[in-house]
Design a protein around this ligand. Structure first.
Ligand SMILES: Nc1ncnc2c1ncn2[C@@H]1O[C@H](COP(=O)(O)OP(=O)(O)OP(=O)(O)O)[C@@H](O)[C@H]1O
Ligand SMILES: [Mg+2]
Length: 391
């Protein structure tokens, strides 16, 4: 079939042709924005899910929703190598100047610019490689202690008051939250606690790996009550079928039932894989409906592609010891116990502690329940069996 028309979106973060099965989470976000802008309290959101399950596209959709509900949005992806303040600074500058440009003078906005200047500690910010001066004197003694945990709340407070004065809210959206440092995560939690207590129109929506609720809880014990933790999971069979069928039907094509069953059994309903299979099936099929034989051929193409990209990028970042650990896990039913991994490798459980910790901080494994261990990348065990022989 016409490759140019292929409706599927393979690849990370690519908006899917149909955002299927996320109604309840989108509704939760809608209620959050509506309540907060109306001056009510509502818990911010931390969405968690495995790799490739659709967190980034969902966060983008929520950002779009926020900007349609009187919120200014700040969208960041927490990097593994750059600090939160450096990421925030240019975005905040843009936001504050946008608020300042609205007609009429707002003292709250002017104050927020001075607080921002105090927090920055320097009179300039670089936005997209261009350095801008800030024409404001610092508000001395506010948000300028140099301690992120106490400063971030004061900064957010000034910004939220400025937005409120303009009849707007602020939505901070952060992807890959698990890569924030413990200090940053704690500062963010403390600041959001303050926003909620003061009922200010400042909302946080984060997305990250399933390790996140634990990390947040370790950072601040009240984090558990401060956020809602919607889980972004694999799609049900019904939703998986819909994710495949809707896009092709919009082009007057279809799948046979058997073909859909086969794709579901190969993908377990993981969105990243559904898009890959859909994409290859479309390219392979010579006519509609796409049938079982087309899917089987697509599988032969998709697996090596995933091995070379989706799985490979993660594998390449591992040390040999980490690889051995993940390979041993693939011999066990999931989730597994670290003790069982250690005995497969003929070593003491305690000696494996550091490797397990490294794998957690790299975001490769997480603990779904106390003592249990699982991959954060769906179907990673199958990949490890293909990639590394087991003696
Ligand atoms: N609800 C959905 N229905 C259909 N396809 C989806 C859905 N959500 C995401 N996808 C598709 O799945 C793929 C992965 O999505 P996305 O990059 O958002 O996942 P992620 O959870 O952010 O992954 P990672 O943890 O690797 O960053 C994309 O190709 C996207 O188009
Ligand atoms: Mg993502």
């Amino acid at each position: 079939m016409d490759r140019i028309l292929n409706p599927f979106s393979p690849g990370a973060g690519a908006p899917p042709p149909e955002l299927v099965g996320r109604g309840p989470i989108l509704e939760q976000a809608e209620v959050l924005f509506a309540r907060v802008i109306a001056g009510r309290t509502e818990r911010s959101m931390l969405m968690t899910g495995l790799r490739g399950v659709g967190k980034t596209v969902l966060l983008n959709e929520i950002a779009r929703m926020a900007s349609q509900t009187a919120f200014h949005t700040i969208y960041l992806e927490a990097p593994e190598d750059k600090g939160l303040p450096d990421m925030l600074a240019p975005k905040l500058r843009t936001l504050l100047y946008d608020l300042d440009r609205i007609q009429g003078i707002s003292e709250k906005v002017k104050r927020s610019l001075r607080v921002f200047r105090a927090w920055l500690g320097t009179p300039q910010v670089t936005v997209n490689d261009v350095t801008f001066g800030l024409g404001y004197d610092p508000e001395v003694g506010v948000a300028d202690s140099g301690d992120l945990e106490s400063d971030l709340g004061s900064l957010f407070e000034a910004i939220a008051e400025a937005a409120q004065d303009r009849g707007r809210g602020v939505a901070l959206l952060i992807d890959e939250v698990q890569y924030l440092s413990p200090v940053e995560l704690r500062a963010l939690i403390v600041a959001m606690h303050r926003m909620q207590q003061r009922r200010l129109p400042f909302v946080f929506v984060g997305a990250g790996l399933p390790t996140l609720p634990g990390l947040a809880g370790d950072a601040k014990s009240y984090a558990e009550r401060l956020f809602q933790y919607p889980v972004v999971g694999a799609l049900s069979k019904e939703h998986s079928f819909e994710a495949l069928v809707e896009p092709v039907q919009s082009l007057q094509a279809d799948f046979t039932e058997e073909a859909l069953e086969e794709i579901f059994s190969q993908t377990d309903g993981y969105p990243y894989f559904l898009q890959e299979w859909g994409y290859q099936c479309w390219n392979i099929a010579s006519a509609s409906p796409i049938n079982l034989d087309d899917v089987r051929q697509a599988t032969k193409r998709v697996i090596p592609r995933l091995d070379e990209s989706f799985f490979r990028v993660r594998y390449d970042r591992l040390t040999p010891a980490e690889r051995r650990y993940l390979r041993a896990m693939a011999e066990l039913p999931q989730p597994c116990k670290s003790g069982d991994v250690a005995s497969l490798l003929n070593v003491k459980t305690t000696s494996m502690g550091p490797i397990r910790a490294q794998l957690m901080s790299k975001g490769m494994v997480y603990s779904p329940a106390h003592g249990d261990l699982a991959y954060t990348v769906p179907l990673f065990g199958d990949f490890m069996r293909r990639a590394m022989p087991w003696p």
